[in-house]
Design a protein around this ligand. Sequence first.
Ligand code: ATP
Length: 436
Amino acid sequence: MDKAATDVREYNLDPDSELRFEVEFAATATVKLLNGTAEIFGVELAPGNAYHFSGKKIAVFTWHGCSIELSGECSVEYTANETPMDSYLNLHLALEQMRVIASQQGENGPRVLILGPHDVGKTSLCKILLNYALRQGRRPVHVSLDCSEGSFTMPGTITATSINNIIDVEEGFGSTATTAASMGSTIMPLAYYYGYQNPAENLPLYKLLISKLAQGVKARSAIDDEARVGGQIIDTTGLIDQVGYDIIQHAIAQFSVNVVVVLGHERLYSDMTRILRDKPEISVVKVAKSGGVVERDQQFRTQLQRSKIQEYFYGTAKYELSPYSTLTNFSDVSIWRVGESSLAPTSALPIGMDRQMSETQLVKIDNADILLHSILAVLNADEKDTETTALESNVAGFIYISDVDDGKQKLTVLSPAPGKLLKKHLLMGSFKWMET
Ligand SMILES: Nc1ncnc2c1ncn2[C@@H]1O[C@H](COP(=O)(O)OP(=O)(O)OP(=O)(O)O)[C@@H](O)[C@H]1O
């Protein structure tokens, strides 16, 4: 039922059913659990607490039945008795079994790669598996290779985050690193800036950064028993074409994946079982897509990216932030972008190799003009780092160029932290933003 209601509605849900609703960015809806038990993507709701949502598509699921109060404006709201939650719980229980064995035998916990086309519920399944693991006292690592959404940080980023606290119900993965840090939370992702929303735009770079991220995750698992046993839940973007298969195989090798979960796509499942048939150590499982998963058009995704960027600098309604605006000399920083213009026509290399190298090489930006309204990643690189080493640095944070004075060669920089920029190497991707 499509509905644009603003009054208070009460729903009595049977066991194993869910209330699904969608809220526009400009609207807010509020959910309250009146009695019974319920969860949102694996996070249990506290009875009587009011949870507010804007720009979200949500399912409130109950295992044992409950009453829920919903108020505010929803563009869609309905209840559903058919959900795949049983199979998601079974998957969690199998992973938990692997963690028990890993803990007893001093081995690594499960490394789980979640695959499927766009909008099948991959991120939602990741949240459910992470929250269930957390509720059992585990500390899994959430890896997001989904560069269009950016999970804990900016769009264009791939991240690994040790999940120590239940994911915020209202924000989802929305709380960015700075937002979270200001809350005193321990959520500090290891992040690499890829800078585009589609992995195919610069495949060599995307694969290089996956390797760096995997090295970081493995290094952490080697010294942190809880992270080792908790394992990794790896979210991906829709990878169902040839380029996608290349990325999947690369990710499997780099993260030593041992469980591949295919969501709602028969051909992908059968291709994965065929491709991985000589690797008996890797289990390939398929799970059904939830009927509640909503397709999001490009307009919604762009809006989502914009609100992620806005949140990074200004926080959320719950945790507001005040960013700092400072003037920086263009000559005091090294601003880079990856690739394409470095295709040297005089190169002695064969054309294919030439291109591959240029796509993972930094090119210095010598014209301040093109920086206007750009998001730049502040790289964790030393001043002495060069174009070859800086690219492999992870990200310390992000800044936004709100103004460029071409004559004076000065940049107006919006930053979540006060004072001068501590790092000099900045990386530009394809994301632009206008403050609203
Ligand atoms: N059971 C459900 N009921 C209502 N909404 C849902 C349900 N499951 C997922 N959603 C919503 O559907 C949308 C798409 O889900 P999700 O982000 O998990 O898909 P995805 O496969 O990760 O997408 P992407 O193409 O970005 O990788 C999200 O807004 C999510 O909140």
